[in-house]
Design a protein around this ligand. Structure first.
Ligand code: BES
Ligand code: MN
Ligand code: ZN
Length: 504
């Protein structure tokens, strides 16, 4: 997809679809709206009244101009009230424009950037680029015939009105678009990995892909098989893996900034990498198992994000770590009542084999502490259904042991337009993890399930500042929404990039 820029009179621009954001409280006020309306002898204004277009969020109106102005079609997109409008909403605007264009086999799309306060242009352009690329995303590997049609849109033109920005000051907008393209590439990669069925994307396959990504983005790759993991004492990770016929893989990619000066901090990004979660002997019912190929979405986040950070030349040392395995029932599977010995030395009694993520993550955290000695640890995991009960299907739960780090992380999430919410780690619930015969059990009671999972992980991080992102809800969706498509969302990548790759 090619991005171009335009800042003359929009009524003269030749384009297949021209998308125009319209706010409820200032429906006819935009320069673009007015110049198009004028060129159409007031038709636009009349249609808006007749078709009851109010500019409500998500409302659209498409009209054909029959050659009376440059744009062949005008697409009004409601933005809701102006004061509630967030720059990240622009992703939905360009996604809508691209989808509409694709629906009518159009190649050239124009998006009019609304007037924004100073300093927001770069971000606005970034969101528009992200939305255009991600809104056109389809996982089409397994589609055939007409449904496999490649995206018709080749070029997206961002139109800035001259009272919004001087044409000579397009630089921040160009910058923003470039960054948006990078982020979108990472999100696309994460979506592809998560959407891939589990029989195809096995732990071994994921390790191969990680190795390929390392080559392409000049990262160091370390991949460990079961014997090496055993030597390192990863008893929890290997117990989860032992029920599967697929061999587990422990993946560690590292990025070091070029140049001699030592980077200001070292960050470990740890992703849950269960390529399929059947529940193990605590078998899930069929409907709960149906989507469990997504249980490696955390791994997808860290592997994708580190490639984007490498391409952007992030100033920090970054490590992407994931312990990959299936969680399967079999004659070799780990059992309820088993006591596992973790890499950290702590013992864990299993009272539910479906709480496997925290076991694999626990050993991955210990590995990170030992091998990386990070200044900050982030983990990304489709960890608990309880987190979805608490926050609904689209918001991630964020827990941690360092309030200032949690707050910096949430700020990055807000800027990146990904919804996350701080949850507590109440010491009082630790009793729920008490075991008679081991240091702890792997699950607590029903209430507070997201928090006891967080408390379990906390036992492994020690004093290192740590943030835990439970993304069981937002990792995938069954409803299209803005730049989000059905299936895997790529949630998390944008916030990692926002947090670790400062803008010049
Ligand atoms: N992978 C699941 C959590 C999950 C649920 C992710 C729905 C995405 C959508 C996790 O391994 C799991 O099974 N968690 C259990 C924990 C319970 C046994 C304490 C759960 O949430 O039911
Ligand atoms: Mn599970
Ligand atoms: Zn799981």
């Amino acid at each position: 997809m090619k991005f171009t820029f335009y800042s003359e009179n929009i009524a003269q621009l030749r384009t297949d679809v021209c998308a125009l954001p319209c706010f409820e409280d200032m429906l006819r006020e935009g320069t673009a709206f007015q110049s198009l309306d004028q060129a159409l002898d007031g038709l636009l204004g009349r249609l808006v009244s007749e078709e009851q277009f109010k500019g409500k969020k998500g409302q659209t109106l498409l009209l054909h101009s029959h050659g009376r102005v440059g744009p062949a079609r005008i697409l009004l997109v409601g933005g809701g009230p102006r004061r509630e409008f967030q720059p990240s909403d622009l992703r939905g605007l360009s996604a809508r424009a691209v989808r509409t264009a694709h629906g009518i086999y159009a190649r050239h799309v124009t998006v009019v950037i609304p007037h924004l306060e100073g300093g927001m242009q770069e971000r606005a352009a970034q969101f528009l680029a992200e939305g255009a690329i991600l809104g056109g995303y389809v996982f089409d590997r397994y589609l055939t015939g007409e449904r496999k049609r490649p995206l018709s849109v080749e070029e997206v033109c961002l139109a800035v009105s001259t009272d919004n920005i001087e044409p000579s000051r397009l630089e921040p907008i160009r910058h923003g678009v470039q960054r948006g393209e990078q982020v979108a590439k990472g999100v696309q990669l994460a979506r592809d990995l998560v959407n891939e069925p589990a029989s195809e994307l096995t732990p071994r396959k994921l390790a191969e892909i990680a190795q390929r990504l390392a080559k392409e983005h000049h990262l160091e790759a370390r991949i460990f098989g079961p014997r090496e993991c055993e030597k390192m004492g990863m008893g929890m990770f290997l117990a989860v893996a032992q029920g599967s016929d697929e061999e587990p893989r422990f993946i560690h990619l590292s990025y070091r900034p070029r140049g001699k000066t030592t980077p200001r901090k070292r960050v470990a990004l740890i992703g849950k990498g269960i390529t399929f979660d059947s529940g193990g002997l605590s078998l899930k019912p069929s409907n709960a198992m149906e989507d469990m190929k997504i249980d490696m979405a955390g791994a997808a986040v860290v592997l994708s994000a580190i490639t984007v950070l490498a391409d952007l030349g992030c100033p920090y040392e970054v490590h992407a770590i994931t312990a990959c395995t299936e969680n399967m029932p079999s004659g070799k599977a780990y059992k309820l009542g088993d006591v596992l010995r973790s890499m950290a030395g702590k013992t864990v009694e299993i009272n539910n084999t479906d709480a496997e993520g925290r076991l694999t993550l626990g050993d991955a955290i210990t590995y990170a502490l030992k091998e990386v000695k990070p200044d900050e640890i982030f983990d990304f995991a489709t960890l608990t259904g309880a987190c979805m009960v608490a926050l609904g299907p689209h918001i991630a739960g964020v827990m941690g042991n360092d309030l200032s780090l949690v707050e910096r992380w949430l700020t990055a999430a807000r800027l990146a337009g990904e919804e996350m919410w701080h949850l507590p780690l109440p010491e009082r619930l630790k009793d729920m993890l008490k075991s008679e015969i081991a240091d702890m059990k792997n699950t607590g009671e029903r209430y507070g399930g997201a928090l006891t999972a967080g408390l379990f992980l906390k036992e492994f991080v020690g004093d290192t500042p740590w943030v835990h992102v439970d993304m069981a809800g937002p990792a995938a969706t069954d409803k299209e929404w803005g730049h989000i498509c059905k299936g895997a969302t790529g949630f998390g990548v944008a916030t990692v990039v926002e947090y670790l790759a400062p803008r010049e």
